[in-house]
Ligand binder design. Sequence first.
Ligand code: NAP
Length: 222
Amino acid sequence: MKRPHVLMISEITTDGKLTLGKGVSSKVLMKYMSHEAEVMLHQTRAEYDAIMVGSNTIKIDNSNLTVRLAEGKSPLRVIPNAAADLSPDSNVFNVQNAPTILAVTKKAPEERLILFREKGVSVVFAGEEKIDFPLLMDILVREFGVKSLIIEGGPTLNWFMLHHRLVDEIRLIHMPFIVGGADTPSLVGGEHLGSENDMIKLDLKGTKMAGDNLITEYSVRY
Ligand SMILES: NC(=O)c1ccc[n+]([C@@H]2O[C@H](COP(=O)([O-])OP(=O)(O)OC[C@H]3O[C@@H](n4cnc5c(N)ncnc54)[C@H](OP(=O)(O)O)[C@@H]3O)[C@@H](O)[C@H]2O)c1
């Protein structure tokens, strides 16, 4: 199976959290990101063919995933949502701003798919019950010519992509705050490790500053 080059990018607090609490939009934390880091985020989006976030992030953040603070084209937006139960009125399905793919499985009711197709959203089937991420990557390469993909969370999507060994690089935008909360989303959710051998090892490639935010860049070693 083919797959694009994948970069995971995230803002993250000093205690590894992605938001201020469970169910809270990451847009609250993003308000505190430096302008330079926001511009870098948008420049990165413009450099990539496609961008993917999880369906729960769409529900909570109502993300646009477009390029607004830099020159360049908005990437193809990809939303994995097995049952097609997201609202078709979510910002990301406004294809006037950028094209969007909704990835579903065979369990998605046809009447739901019609609502998305009527809006100009491309619907692709990737799995029987749950989204099959390796298959989705293959479809993106073969049918849409996607060579490079950014994933911007949330933690559940990040976990599935790492679990299937589909991530090449990780870039973190460090926010100098501690928010706490045992159930506050952190960079990677999903399941616990089976043993220490299952730890995913990273190589630090570089660090830089974007305004007052430290940026760290890693490559993933499988
Ligand atoms: N700080 C940041 O940079 C940042 C960025 C993004 C998001 N966030 C925050 O993250 C939170 C949301 O994260 P989240 O972890 O709850 O959700 P999420 O990662 O946004 O969405 C979960 C994704 O996993 C899929 N999924 C769930 N179970 C699956 C399975 N068994 N097999 C295959 N796919 C499966 C879901 O698809 P289905 O629809 O098919 O179930 C969905 O697409 C929000 O609070 C948001 O603000 C923060």
